[in-house]
Ligand binder design. Sequence first.
Ligand SMILES: O=C(O)c1cc(=O)[nH]c(=O)n1[C@@H]1O[C@H](COP(=O)(O)O)[C@@H](O)[C@H]1O
Length: 307
Amino acid sequence: MINKLVDKIVKTNAPVVVGLDPMMKYIPEHVQKEAFEQYGETLEGAAEAIWQYNKAIIDNIYDIVPAVKPQIAMYEQFGIEGLKVFKKTVDYCHEKDMVVIGDVKRGDIGSTSEAYAVAHLGKVKVGSKLLTPFDEDFATVNPYLGSDGINPFIKVCNEEDKGIFILVKTSNPSSGEFQDQLIDGKPLYEHVGAKVNEWGRQCMGDTYSNVGAVVGATYPEMGKVLRKVMPKAYILVPGYGAQGGKAEDLTAFFNPDGLGAIVNSSRGIIAAYAKDEYAKFGAKNFGEASRQAALDMIADINGALGK
Ligand SMILES: O=C(O)c1cc(=O)[nH]c(=O)n1[C@@H]1O[C@H](COP(=O)(O)O)[C@@H](O)[C@H]1O
């Protein structure tokens, strides 16, 4: 799947992923109102609002952006109805030929990780049949449990041509509490990066591995080191925009081939209409505002990369 992702990034000339994190407070009033008129102020109503919001955004970006990253928590908070819309979103993005990174941050003991891997990337056995549950192309994975938690994902990735992004150095302010702890003179995130490099060899695409890494845009110095520690890993870089990451900080995450990283923005794109910069679109045209914000982000990053 990394081959498809790289191919789409090259074709669109956009090392960018749009995070589909549909928080209710960002869904325009008129979308919420229509959904509630139909389904009431219920979990179904919330799910319908999320669906209409996502669909308009996807329709406006699918031809300029290679990938989306739906964050499952934003759906899960609405229970089963939310999860149904998560799946509907994954399927709709596939119809539009977008790569889908399921931001599910899973990882557990081996047998449990196997079930997570099957749920999000693989097929589940039901009687004599093999059925496809969520069907994302990539999933984000937490490495805290070590190889036992990762190996089942690698197995499914190899069977199904899928991929994972392993948390290495996260973008949040307290990520250093554990991740920066020195072990044998090196921070923990470097040890994890070295393991990502090792795990990645078991799951190679043509140039890059199907085992990628997550490194926050908010820590560019660490990104520079990690880029060298795991040269074949694609780096998913969240933290641009709303969390303060700037385009000029992002060059450290790319390889000399101009590839190797894909930068995420969620709120910065999906809630663009609420920003002064894009206010001229108005809440009714939130999808068009998202398209413009995505175009601006692509130009900003390509500008910093000298492309
Ligand atoms: O795995 C992630 O995507 C992730 C890792 C990380 O270190 N930091 C981080 O912000 N994320 C996710 O990236 C998205 C960032 O959203 P915005 O800050 O709105 O662009 C959210 O879905 C986070 O859950």
